[in-house]
Every structure is written in C-alpha cells, then in structure tokens.
Design a protein around this ligand. Structure first.
Ligand code: G3H
Ligand code: 13P
Ligand code: ZN
Length: 308
C-alpha cells in the first residue's frame, strides 16, 4: 500500500536500521524493486529524480507507482529525489502523487538553504507530505547538477542541528564522504567520517539520509565488463562501511548506481546470448530480474527485511 514514509522511518530511527530509497526511471525498474520488497517483506521508498521526471513524465511514473502499490501489502512511499528546482518541488507537492519530497538547496549558502527549505516544509506539511532536506555538499552528479570534489564539503554537526530546528524538515541528507554515481572512489572503497555522523546525530533528532551509497559490487562489475564496459576504476561503499554508517545513525540509504549496473548487465547478457532477439520484453525482463536480485541484496544489507 502507498503510505507516508514517516511511520516506517520513525521505526527505523528507533530500531537502528535503514530503509532503501531506490531510484526508478521506468516500469521494469519499478517492478523489480517492488518484487524484491515483497520477497524480503521490507518497506520501500521509491524515488524519482528530476531527470527521471524529464525522461518518463511525473504523471506516468506517478500513476505506475500508485497502481503497483495498491495491490501489495508492504508499505511503499513515493519520494521526489534531489528537488533542486523549487517550482518542480512545488508541482510535486500539488500533484497528489508524492508522499514525500526532497528539497535540495544544499548548493546555496546556509541562510538561503534554510529559507528555501522552510518554505517547502510549510507547503508540504499542509498536505501531509514529509520533507527531506540536504546540508553539506555531496560530490558527483546530483540529479542535473554536477558537484565537483573541490566544491563538496562535509556537513557541520552544529549547523545541522540549527538547520533542522530552523526548517522543521523531517529528515536530513548529510555529506560524510560518499559520492554519487558509478565512479566514486578510483583508488578503493569509501572511508566515511563516522565521528562526524555521531556528532550530527547528537545535534539532530530526525532520520539521517546517506546518498551516493551504492556498493558497486564486484560481481555486478564483472558481468558488464564481460560485455565491454570498463569499471576497473569504479568503487563504492563496502557492506561493512555501510553497516557502520547504519549502526551509527543512518536510517535512509539511497541506491541508484547499483541498480543501473545490474539492469545493464542483465540486458547485455541476454542480448549477447540472443543477438537475433527483437522483442524488447525479453531483454527488459532480463534486466528487471537482475535488478530484483540487486535490490534484495541491498535490503539485506540495510536490515529492513521483515520490517514491513
Ligand atoms: O542523485 C542522483 C541520482 O542517481 C539521480 O540520477 O539525475 O541521472 O536520474 P539522474
Ligand atoms: P548512488 O549513485 O551511489 O547510487 O547514489 C544514488 C543517490 O544518492 C540518489 O539520490
Ligand atoms: Zn542523492
């Protein structure tokens, strides 16, 4: 059923585990995520970036999410990811599709970020919509905005406390060392600033969100590399590092890149084995199944299995 994530995120906050925020752009990714959620009896946050809306349309994706959620017993929230365009965030709030939105004014100076976030929180709360905001800058491609390493900065714990208090946001995305995209850490796995996370946790009382958290698993890399990709320079957040982050206060973990690699690998494998296949359903189903497995693995890592 479609539900506001506030109830299950509060439980995750108390229970010290995390819920996955999984990005979708099309029907197959959506079906894969929901199937994995059902198998694992896990609550889900399905999310669309501004780029996903540009690709598929808010109404079409929204209608698909509402339709698929109606027939399942696990709680599913529908979330706008990285809303940097204030007009689009307002449109999402008014649309009736989303149960939560992220306003991402993290590229703006602190006071402006507070002002924009507060305005969105007011509008969203009137409609019972939950709001995620961001403080600190996470490097990599954040939706259509590219945050380079030089412009990235970690979240300041005291500022985080003040920010949450001043804006009334319901969850906070923080920068503690992760990076968006497939190519995160060319020289190895991420090192997260867990001390900073603990300090942020001390100063805030809302669920904390980890973006750019994909693992870029070796097994998935190997599959796409069989078909010509070169991901030798792509590394993500190891399961043990992710576990540390969750144990120490992260309650929502965003994953997009791992699903993209899984889907692409599934399609590559199918089409290489069946080069004369001209039925898109065949290779899309292969991509869908590979993605389902990647989501199930992720749910196990987050500790949300059996929490629906
Ligand atoms: O924030 C990053 C997400 O992976 C969205 O990426 O803008 O390519 O849809 P996208
Ligand atoms: P990844 O690129 O690590 O999957 O991060 C996705 C994300 O943070 C979406 O908001
Ligand atoms: Zn993100």
């Amino acid at each position: 059923m479609l539900t506001n994530s506030s109830s299950f995120l509060k439980k995750a906050h108390k229970g010290n585990y995390a819920i996955g925020g999984f990005n979708v752009n099309n029907m197959e990714l959506l079906q894969a995520i929901v199937k994995a959620g059902i198998e694992k009896k896990s609550p889900l946050i399905i999310q669309t970036s501004q780029g996903a809306i540009e690709y598929a349309g808010m109404e079409l994706i929204g209608a698909m999410v509402h339709s698929i959620s109606k027939d399942v017993s696990i709680p599913i929230a529908f979330h706008l990811d990285h809303g940097t365009n204030v007009d689009l965030v307002k449109e999402a709030i008014q649309s009736g599709f989303y149960t939560s939105v992220m306003i991402d004014a993290s590229s703006k100076p602190f006071n402006e970020n507070v002002k924009i976030t507060r305005e969105i929180v007011k509008l969203a709360h009137k409609k019972g919509i939950w709001v995620e905001a961001e403080l600190g800058a996470i490097p990599g491609k954040e939706d259509q905005v590219n945050v380079n390493e030089a412009n990235a900065f970690f979240t300041d714990p005291e500022e985080a406390g003040t920010f949450v208090e001043m804006t009334g946001c319901d969850a906070l995305a923080i920068s503690i060392g992760t990076k968006h995209g497939v190519f995160k850490y060319s020289k190895g796995k991420a090192k997260l600033d867990i001390k900073r996370l603990l300090e942020i946790k001390k100063h805030t009382n809302v669920p904390l969100v980890l973006h750019g958290a994909s693992e870029i698993p070796r097994e998935l890399k190997k599959i796409v590399e069989q078909y010509g990709a070169d991901l030798s320079d792509a590394f993500g957040v190891s399961p043990s590092t992710l576990k540390k982050a969750i144990t120490n206060g992260i309650n929502k973990v965003n994953t997009d890149s791992d699903l993209r690699i899984a889907f692409t690998g599934g399609v590559d494998r199918y089409m290489t084995k069946h080069p004369n296949n001209m039925d898109p359903r065949k290779y899309l189903a292969a991509g869908r199944d590979a993605t389902r497995k990647a989501v199930a693995r992720r749910i196990d890592q987050l500790g949300s299995a059996g929490k629906a």
